[in-house]
Structures are given as structure tokens and as C-alpha cells.
Write a protein that binds this ligand. Structure first.
Ligand code: HEC
Ligand code: HEC
Length: 266
């Protein structure tokens, strides 16, 4: 068995254990409004050390690949770097920490990745990239990494309010064969230890994040699907409106947490 399979099996046992626990205690929605805590705090020491060291953090390879894409000329002859600086220094980290933000032109909230995909297509004249594809994630993690340490700061009022409310509703809606909602695991059980792993609050400040269990960089909306799969509920294509709203809510739920991208997780 390779390490990927071992990690995978570990997570499956973990989730089955959780589902059993949920049944046994018959806990429903006693959501506690606790302080946001990063997934980092729930990691084992060895994974924290891996995340903290740029040479050991496997997610940094994607940041490097993203830097290359950022400086690769598109069909227009220009690269992202021609306008934003080779190292992205002309992008504002505080602004990156605010995504998803409301786009006045498109009249809807855009995730950071959606914004990047629009730039890729419209400013570089390139063929569209698929949401959460390898290249899209490499560009996103490069840009998000520019804001490492910056505090998540998503607006929830004004034009952002409808998406925030919709995302909150999705977060609390039960579905799937196990009839669970995000809140049932991430508001009720954080800190619950099952074997070697610990359930976290399901915060998004580390995304895009490198997962040891699948050996690659993972987008936040793909993580939503990984969770839905765990409780056997229907998955959706990343980039759809419901997942954008869910990202608005999940990011805002972590307002104040430092951006860690790329985090290392199981
Ligand atoms: C021809 C110049 C040009 C190119 C090429 C370009 N951009 Fe931009 N980009 C801009 C301008 C201008 C803005 C708008 C700034 C604003 O809205 O105030 C922008 C906005 C952005 C933003 C949002 C920043 C914010 O303040 O919300 C991001 C992120 C971004 N670009 C990333 C990229 C990436 C990644 C690429 C390559 C795929 C790229 N850009 C290519 C000019 C460019
Ligand atoms: C059956 C329990 C369960 C449910 C329900 C669940 N998750 Fe998760 N989730 C997990 C487990 C297990 C992990 C991996 C360990 C951890 O970080 O908690 C995880 C991880 C995450 C992470 C990554 C956290 C990090 O720091 O890397 C996010 C984000 C997340 N979940 C969001 C969601 C959202 C949004 C929903 C609802 C669509 C949801 N989860 C539903 C069990 C669940």
C-alpha cells in the first residue's frame, strides 16, 4: 500500500467514526459561536513543521509553477507580470484578503480564482481555464501567497449580503445519505479526536492547500466536494453560483484569521 492509500483509508475511517458519533449522541444543531481557529492549530506537529518550512512545504512547488505562469506571455503578448510586476508586487495584499469581492461590472461576487480566470481570458486573450484546474490553482495559490499573513477580511453587508446569506443557508442545510450539514461537523465537533486526526472548524484561510492524502494542491471548492462525498451527498462543479456563495460565507466565517496559503493538510 502506498502512503496515499494509507492516508486515504485513515480519513475514511475518521469520517465513518464521526458519523457514528453523531448518531450515538444524536447531536443536532447546537452551533456554538466560538472564535475562529485555523486548521493549523488542529494539525500534528510534523505537519505544522512541514507547512512552516518553505523548503519542506510541497505546496510551494505550485506557488513556483504559478509564478512561471504569471510571467508567461499570453496571446496578447503580455503576461500578468507585465502589468502587476514580475513578482506580483503591484497587487495589493489587503485587497487579496477581501475576496470574494463584489464586481460592479458583472454585478455579482467573484472569488479570487474567478477574477484570475477573467484576467487570463480577457487581458491575455487566452483560452479559458477550467475552475480548480491545475493551472488555475497554481495561479491562485501564487496570488494568494502574496497575501500570506494578511488577515481575512470579507465584506458581508451591502451588495455582498445576498451571497453571504445564501452561503450561510447552504452551510446549515442537511443533505445526503447521512443527512448532515457542514455545521454538524465543523461547528459541533472541532477538536474531536479520532485516532491520529482531529476535526477542525473547516476554515478556508489555508487554501489553496496541499493535501497529503491526495498528494496535490486542492482548491477550496474541490474541498467542499470532498466533504460532500464524505457524507455521501451530491457534489457540484466548482465555480457554480452556490459554491461561490458558500465560499463567501466560509471565508467570512474566518474573518481575522491569517492567510496561510499554501497550507499543508491531511
Ligand atoms: C494589461 C494589464 C493587465 C494584465 C495583462 C493582467 N492584469 Fe490583472 N488587472 C489589471 C487591472 C488594470 C486591474 C484592475 C485593478 C482594479 O480593479 O482596480 C487588474 C485586476 C487584477 C486583480 C484584482 C485586484 C483587485 O484589486 O481586486 C487580480 C487578482 C489580477 N488582476 C490578477 C491578474 C492575473 C493573475 C493576470 C494574468 C492571468 C492579470 N491580472 C493580467 C491589469 C492587468
Ligand atoms: C462528516 C463530517 C463533515 C461534514 C458534514 C463536513 N466536513 Fe468539512 N471536513 C471534514 C473532515 C474530516 C475534514 C478534514 C479534517 C479537518 O480539517 O477538519 C474537513 C475539512 C474541511 C475543510 C478544510 C479545513 C482546513 O483547514 O484545511 C473545509 C474548508 C471544510 N471541511 C468545509 C466544509 C464545508 C463547507 C462543509 C459543508 C458543505 C463540510 N466541510 C462538511 C468533515 C466534514
Amino acid at each position: 500500500m502506498n502512503t496515499k492509500t494509507i492516508h486515504k483509508n485513515r480519513e475514511v475511517r475518521f469520517v465513518l467514526g464521526l458519523a457514528g458519533l453523531a448518531c450515538a449522541l444524536a447531536v443536532s444543531t447546537m452551533a456554538s459561536a466560538s472564535e475562529p481557529r485555523s486548521g493549523y492549530e488542529y494539525l500534528q506537529q510534523e505537519s505544522r513543521e512541514m507547512q512552516d518550512d518553505d523548503f519542506l512545504n510541497p505546496g510551494m512547488q505550485s506557488v513556483d509553477a504559478g509564478a512561471e505562469l504569471f510571467n508567461q506571455p499570453g496571446n496578447s503578448g503580455e503576461s500578468c507580470g507585465s502589468c502587476h510586476g514580475e513578482d506580483g508586487a503591484r497587487l495589493d495584499p489587503q485587497r487579496i484578503a477581501m475576496y470574494p469581492v463584489y464586481d460592479e461590472k458583472l454585478k455579482k461576487p467573484l472569488t479570487l480564482q474567478q477574477r484570475i480566470l477573467v484576467e487570463w481570458e480577457e487581458r491575455l486573450g487566452n483560452k479559458p481555464l477550467k475552475y480548480d484546474s491545475k493551472e488555475a490553482l497554481e495561479l491562485e495559490v501564487f496570488v494568494r501567497h502574496l497575501a500570506k499573513g494578511e488577515k481575512v477580511n470579507v465584506q458581508t453587508s451591502g451588495p455582498m449580503e445576498p451571497a453571504y446569506k445564501k452561503g450561510k443557508e447552504i452551510y446549515h442545510t442537511r443533505s445526503g445519505q447521512l443527512d448532515m450539514a457542514c455545521t454538524n461537523c465543523h461547528d459541533v465537533y472541532p477538536g474531536q479526536k479520532i485516532r491520529a486526526n482531529t476535526l477542525s472548524q473547516g476554515q478556508s484561510n489555508g487554501f489553496p492547500a496541499y493535501r497529503l492524502s491526495n498528494g496535490k494542491i486542492n482548491g477550496l471548492q474541490s474541498r467542499f466536494n470532498q466533504c460532500y462525498r464524505q457524507f455521501r451527498a451530491e457534489e457540484m462543479p466548482p465555480g457554480n453560483n452556490d459554491y461561490v456563495a458558500l465560499e463567501v460565507y466560509v471565508n467570512a466565517r474566518g474573518n481575522g484569521l491569517p492567510i496561510e496559503a499554501p497550507a499543508v493538510r491531511y
